[in-house]
Design a protein around this ligand. Sequence first.
Ligand code: HEM
Length: 468
Amino acid sequence: MGNFFQLNITRPWLTYTHWREKYGDLIYLRLLGLDFIVVNSEKVARELMDQRSAIYSNRPFIATNKLFGVDFSTVMLPYHGSDWKLHRKIFHHALRVESASRYHDIHVKRVRPLLKDLLDDPSHFEIHIQRFVASNVMAFTYGYDVAPRNDPMVADVKELVDILAKALSPERSAILSAFPILTRLPVWLPGPGSQRDAARARELAGQVLNVPFNLVKKNIAAGVAAHSMVSDCLAQIDEKDDRHKQEAAIKAAAATAFLAGFESSSSILHTFILAMILYPGVQAKGQAEIDSVIAATSRLPEFDDRPLLPYVDAILRELLRWIPVIPLGIPHATSKDDVYNGRFIPKGALVINNVWAMSRDESKHGADVEEFRPERHLAAESNSSPQPISADPIFGLGRRICPGRFTAEAVIWIAIVNILATFRIVKSKDIFGEEIDVKKEFTAGIAVQPVHFSCSFVSRSEEMASAL
Ligand code: HEM
């Protein structure tokens, strides 16, 4: 079992980060007969994932994916198969940086309903944020306009994501993200309740795959399809090649986009709300910058304003760094033996990029890494010009880097700049008029998000509120 019992099971990234001081940037573990490599620094991660990507781009096998019907997902496809290459081609075509900007209008159009929901019903801000993210992903993926309330397709995805999160409880998913081999052991095989969940997940996965995809095909046939990733890719199908295989890949890549983009982007926006409450000075500074560029109340911010809003960009960078939403990334696996700095790394080793440790690297981020301090990213304070946000290790590295990163960045940016422009986010008050305390507390699991807290959204201008 080796180091197994020394681990903080629910938050293994903390143990790995602690071990960095003792064992360094590359930690080798042998557990349950398997080789694990934990990479604790961005420099080493780049040398392996980027510069030796031919070796470090495979994924480990995770048994529960098939059991729960999500083995179509791009995220876990083996590197050497033709399916993964086809999926990445589809994503590259639809979501590379130049393509992602074509969806800016979609994001701008959907931010106003978010602001209105926050104004009318602030206590359910988490639901509004999830709906905002879902409506963006459904629009750019399928050209589908989600219903203002209880959209059936969003409900399916949400139920599926919830079952997956429950089946992979925080403890279990944390262990599985660190030690996927455990999925092969009887102790981790689901019990009777989980078998029901698995059957329901398979049913939902079938719906998530087929229903929106078939709707796009129907709309194309009727000549009414909106521009989207799926309609674009179907139009580009190479008739000389296997049509069925290409359609299946488009369908699977599109469903992956929703599953991969929904929770991560929503969680980051929840963390944004929390950070703004805990750091009111940062909030005020962001608002002052926006007011200096867009005369207060005249209009809502848009993408063209972005170059003039460096502090808002710094808030976004700090959000990704402060609480990395997927602290251990998605595990990679080696496809042949390697030697790095004299250390042998065997074929089949599971490679974990400890993004948490990278986000706590004081040589890159300066001191007080536990604090939310956007200034650390501003040119005047940091010595070098910052890397693009899309290159942040939170989006992964090498050939498996997140293909949705440009779109995710755009969706999150437009939301935070508009929320800041429109509201002061403050602590709620109880019936005695006392402020309700808000703590920096997060759930554990493969992805982390703030534990539920309450807050108030105070409109910064009557005029803007009535315009919503
Ligand atoms: C803030 C939001 C997001 C974060 C933090 C995030 C993060 C990640 C990470 C860490 C990986 C694994 C990278 C690696 O293996 O090194 C990944 C993979 C992936 N992401 Fe994202 N992602 C986000 C949003 C999205 C969106 C919006 C989409 C789709 C539109 C998307 C689609 C994917 C896909 C398809 C993969 C699998 C790539 C592969 O295995 O080749 N993600 N993402």
